[in-house]
Design a binder for this molecule. Structure first.
Ligand code: SF4
Ligand code: SF4
Length: 681
């Protein structure tokens, strides 16, 4: 904490105990901070002098943020905001409250870390609404929205539909072939589009079919067809409102939500993609599809050698960033660097305050925070050593973050998930499996990292209070640069150095992003095709000689080399090396170069030339004299040898001298002078 910051501690009307001296000591403050009892009410003027002086402040209350913020803005006269931190539900309101000074200090230390946010993209909606339906529900919905939005109805069936009495809403009939887009940019392609005949007397009748496919544009799509949604993870697609027509409450909610989708909307640019680091494909051979497989919204699409992420469709779950082995996809809301800076402040302050064996409880900002609040209000609250740590989404947590948090001294990590999220947790479970395999092998015990899929606060509370007290991991507060492989490497070096049972190598489950490339020396011809395919530079040639070299630390086990190798000589072996050798270039295969039998220039390898000679020994092209020798010559000498082998044009006798018109004229003149009648003709 910078010493110019003022800390406002408040007991919230004496509902929690606060030890200002212990907190001040853990935060390295020169003097103990003052404690208030009613900062948001009778003591609110205490904020004035700090705000008016333009000083930074941390206010330990989130309950009354609006009131405190207003008072702060009035006194400061500008829009700088203090830090707010919840030490009440997270620490004070607990059976362990009186023992929670280290945790309170840790939460304050974390809140004071400034983390830069992501950039935004803007979605613009003019309210052009397309309602999709199969029955009167769509017509009724259109009638209600028509006063507020520019509405069109597209029916995909026309059974017994009652047409609207006044034609203020266009009603169309057609078959949806494809749909794409997002709020402000939907495009629905329709076959056989027909418009409502206004003279329909009974049920709706439709006119003649428009020629060819027709594309309907819309800002908002309300899908009331009752058939499968048009998009994967429909609830994550901005501007797409899906409701079963037989569920009036869901239809009402969709109509209500539509009314709020008019105007400009900022949305975080959740994930940055660095194409040069992507291991998706090389030379039209596809290897890594981890993020494509993980993305629930189909925001990620292949684009040649790499992938692209549409920030307008991306819903920010962060699974693509957690699963990416190279770091090509990096989460920005906030970045891993920002997350690690907060975690470092949290865990180091906790340790400085005398806390031990901290359990990091990672939660989402919505249901996770509510569960903690319920435990604090109606139950035992959080144990003193359980430190809540809120992220935009727990599904963005990858192996690099998990292992770094353990290296920072977390004795255990619990990720709190709502059971409704179960289908979104496969990437997280996989990352935890890799992390636990490494920790277990190094002697840190089994299952130090777990997902707790539970929404019932009393169940969560029981589990947290009965967690075993694991031995603390000696902490190393290294600074995380934000680069995924480098962060992982720093964490692994520390975890290995402090390991109860250090290992030289730990095997990992298939698919893990570390490991060896094993080359079958008999099958490999050193064609080196794999080196040009490898996207990370883990496989390299040697410009001096025929040699295949490998730097294990750079290998992400993408499999491009394996798929490229024409001899099927490569296998992958996921594991982690802790000896440091993984950072060195090792030789996987090396051979003597073969020297041209004509000029002595090195070309190819002995094995590959002999193998080729063996394969081609009965081929008609090489059966003549010198044919097999040509196979053992370099490119240039082979041309000379071919030329030597052709019949010599100079061995076919004396060529007639070329005669010109002058020669004929000269002869003719001579003949005239001799009166030779034969030559005259
Ligand atoms: S390397 Fe990363 S960005 Fe590229 S395809 Fe694999 S997971 Fe996606
Ligand atoms: S060595 Fe093979 S598996 Fe490893 S990164 Fe390069 S291409 Fe991928």
């Amino acid at each position: 904490m910078t010493k110019t910051q003022t800390l406002f501690l408040c007991t919230c009307d004496n509902s929690q105990k606060i030890d200002a001296k212990a907190i001040g000591k853990a935060l390295d403050l020169d003097t103990s901070p003052k404690i208030y009892e009613q900062l948001c009410r009778s003591q609110i003027e205490a904020l004035n002098s700090t705000a008016a002086a333009g000083q930074q402040a941390t206010i330990c209350c989130t309950q009354e943020i609006p009131v405190l913020l207003e008072a702060w803005a009035e006194a400061s006269g500008d829009d700088t905001a203090p830090h707010f931190v919840n030490i009440r539900e997270n620490a004070g309101w607990s059976e362990d409250g009186p023992k929670s000074s280290a945790k309170m200090a840790a939460l304050i230390g974390e809140a004071q870390v400034n983390v830069s946010g992501s950039t935004n993209v803007t979605l613009h909606s003019d309210g052009r609404t397309l309602i999709l339906g199969n029955d009167d529900t769509a017509i009724e919905a259109a009638k209600r929205l028509a006063q507020h939005l520019d509405v069109t109805v597209l029916l995909t069936r026309a059974d017994e539909i009652l047409p609207p009495a006044i034609g203020n809403v266009p009603v169309l009939l057609g078959k949806i072939t494809t749909a794409s887009g997002y709020l402000g940019k939907f495009a629905v392609n329709v076959d056989g589009l027909r418009t409502l005949d206004p003279s329909s007397r009974g049920s709706a009748q439709f006119g003649s079919v428009a020629k060819g496919p027709t594309c309907l544009d819309a800002d908002i799509l309300i899908d009331l067809r009752g058939t499968p949604a048009l998009f994967p993870a429909p609830e994550k697609r901005d501007g797409y409102l899906y409701a079963e027509p037989g569920n009036p409450a869901a239809v009402e909610r969709a109509l209500f939500d539509a009314l709020n989708l008019l105007g400009e909307f900022e949305k975080p640019h959740y994930v940055l993609h660095t194409a040069t680091q992507c291991a998706h494909s090389r030379n039209s051979i596809v290897a890594c599809t981890r993020c494509l497989d993980a993305c629930p919204t189909s925001a990620i699409q292949p684009a040649g050698d790499h992938v692209t992420i549409d920030p307008y469709i991306c819903a920010g779950c962060g699974e693509c960033s957690a699963v990416c082995p190279t770091g090509a996809n990096s989460y920005q809301y906030p970045s891993v660097k920002g997350v690690m800076a907060r975690a470092r402040a949290l865990l180091s302050t906790f340790q400085k305050g005398g806390g031990s064996a901290p359990v990091l409880l990672i939660t989402n900002p919505t249901d996770g925070v509510e569960t903690i609040a319920m435990m604090a209000r109606y139950g035992r609250g959080l144990p003193a050593r359980v430190l809540p740590f809120t992220l935009n989404t727990i599904t963005s947590v990858g192996l690099d973050t998990l292992l770094s948090l353990i290296a920072y001294g977390a004795s255990r990590i619990v990720l709190l998930a709502n059971p409704a999220q179960a289908s979104e947790l496969s990437v997280l479970h996989q990352q935890i499996e890799y992390a636990n395999a490494i920790l277990h092998a190094l002697g840190y015990g089994k299952d130090r990292i777990t997902v707790l899929e539970e929404a019932d606060p009393s169940m969560v509370e029981n589990i947290l209070w009965s967690l075993p007290k694991d031995p603390a991991t000696p902490a190393n507060y290294f600074t995380c640069a934000g680069e995924k492989r480098e962060t992982l490497s720093q964490a692994l070096i520390h975890l290995h150095a402090a390991a109860p049972t250090p290992q030289d190598r730990v095997s990992l489950p298939v698919g893990a992003p570390f490991g060896e490339v094993i080359v079958d020396g008999h099958a490999c011809t050193l064609c080196l095709a794999c080196t040009s395919a490898c996207p990370t530079g883990a496989l390299k040639s040697n410009p001096e000689r025929p040699e295949l070299r490998f730097r294990e630390a750079a290998c992400v086990q993408c499999g491009l080399c394996l798929k490229t190798c024409p001899e099927k000589a490569i296998t992958l072996s996921p594991s982690i090396d802790f000896t440091g050798k993984a950072r060195n270039l090792t030789t996987l295969k090396s051979e003597q170069p073969f020297e041209c039998i004509r000029c002595g220039k090195p070309f190819g390898t002995k094995a590959s030339i002999e193998r080729m000679a063996e394969k081609l020994k009965n081929h008609s092209m090489f059966s003549g004299p010198g044919g097999m020798d040509r196979l053992r010559m370099c490119e240039d000498c082979r041309v000379f040898a071919m030329a030597d082998a052709r019949p010599d044009p100079f061995t076919s006798g004396t060529r007639p001298i070329t005669r010109t018109t002058d020669d004929y004229l000269r002869e003719r003149e001579a003949a005239t002078s001799k009166n030779d009648p034969e030559k005259l003709n």
